[in-house]
Ligand binder design. Structure first.
Ligand code: ATP
Ligand code: MG
Length: 373
């Protein structure tokens, strides 16, 4: 893919995050835990994974667990253990090797040696352990490994708000009780459900209250996008006018994945029409095509939002720049609709009574559909 889409982007395609990545790397290496919450598809995972790559190069131990992919306590425990042990063994699924004694191949013997000292400490993780025990084992492993190997360790928990959905919210209390005693490990928590993340880390009664520094994810600068987009096209011998590149950025309205999507559609359009110049016309076509691919996504979002009273109407008003509070609605209901839209990260508050669409293409989609009737 010329323009990476739909998941964490490779190192060389991460745009405009250098100084933020530096900040994160520094804090985590120093032992501070950090929490980042932000809407879908703005590049949380991409930047976190780059931070881990750099920390690893720096000589730290790193582990990462994505709660979105997991479905049970046992899953969680195994995923943490595997990711921690990879630092020692160099393989992804160390547990399989440890557990599969029957298939003790040459490779597994080597692994057994690498795990030997753990055996004397907390013992090896055993298949017969019940879920709770295995989970406690997992939660204590990062610090144990770090201490034994005289390393600092950084653990990434992606889509952290899902942990509670999987096992119940007691898991947070348990985690905290282990993590807060660890001197050599810091944690990077990511989440796309901002409301849940904020309350988990900011609510006085919540398990992770004040456990991590909450940092806002900065916007990617337009100039960074401009450089990247023209460089990429140039690499394919496509000439770009600065006007056309700026138009892409402006149409996507600062949304990282949508910017990539329009670029990608522009590229395929150029291939189809066999042209080598990115013009405004091509950008227009690319935008419409991008919109078409987003249509099912947007429709589903809107259907979901329509389930709550007034939410869809209020969103329409915001999109077309209409007054939000109307006489026919109770102000309290309008307020609740706004809260719902903020909570689901469809809009963000910009100032008193001012809101912006997190994904400006959604705004455009609503405007277009509204006109059609
Ligand atoms: N810094 C960036 N540079 C280049 N592309 C980016 C950047 N950030 C996001 N993108 C685009 O957004 C897409 C999604 O990125 P990523 O998966 O890192 O986001 P996310 O916030 O973790 O999303 P999700 O909510 O799905 O977990 C990428 O595939 C890429 O197209
Ligand atoms: Mg992600």
């Amino acid at each position: 893919m010329l323009f990476p889409l739909g998941g964490p982007v490779p190192e060389n395609d991460i745009i405009g995050r250098d100084s933020f990545i530096d900040t994160l790397q520094m804090r985590l290496a120093e032992g501070h835990s950090v929490m980042l919450a932000g809407p879908r598809r703005i590049g949380k995972t991409s930047l976190a994974q780059e931070v881990l790559r750099r920390l690893k190069k720096q000589g730290l131990y790193v582990a990462s667990v994505d709660f979105f992919r997991l479905s049970s306590k046992r899953n969680i425990a195994e995923s943490i253990i595997n990711s921690c042990l990879e630092n020692r063994t160099g393989i992804r699924r160390t547990l399989d090797a440890v557990w599969d004694q029957a298939k003790l191949l040459a490779g597994s013997a080597k692994i057994a040696v690498k795990m030997k000292d753990l055996e004397f400490n907390i013992g090896l993780p055993r298949k017969e352990m019940d879920d709770e025990t295995l989970m406690e084992y997992a939660f204590s492993l990062p610090e144990l490994l770090a201490e034994k190997d005289k390393k600092r360790m950084v653990v990434l928990f992606d889509e952290f708000q899902d942990a509670g959905q999987i096992t119940g919210s007691d898991i947070y209390k348990k985690m905290r009780s282990f993590f807060q005693l660890q001197r050599n490990v810091s944690y990077l928590f990511l989440g796309s459900k901002e409301g849940m993340m904020q309350s988990l880390f900011g609510g006085k009664k919540q398990a992770f209250y004040r456990f991590a520094t909450v940092l806002p994810i900065p916007q990617i600068r337009e100039s960074d996008w401009e450089l990247y987009i023209s460089r990429k096209f140039r690499g394919k011998n496509i000439e770009t006018s600065s006007e056309a590149v700026k138009e892409i950025i402006s149409l996507a309205g600062g949304h990282p994945q949508d910017t990539m999507l329009i670029c990608s559609e522009a590229y395929y359009t150029l291939l189809e029409v066999e042209e080598t110049k990115l013009s405004l016309d091509i950008v227009r076509i690319a935008f419409d095509r991008a919109m078409a691919t987003l249509m099912p996504v947007f429709d589903e979002m809107l259907d979901e939002l329509s389930k709550k009273h007034l939410v869809r109407e209020v969103l329409h008003r915001l999109a077309i720049g209409d007054i939000i509070y109307k006489e026919k609605n109770h102000p309290y209901d309008v307020k609740r609709a706004i809260d719902q839209l903020t909570l689901t990260a469809v809009i963000e508050k910009e100032g008193r009574g001012k809101y912006r669409f997190v994904e400006p293409m959604l705004k455009e989609y609503i405007v277009r559909n509204y006109q059609d009737g």
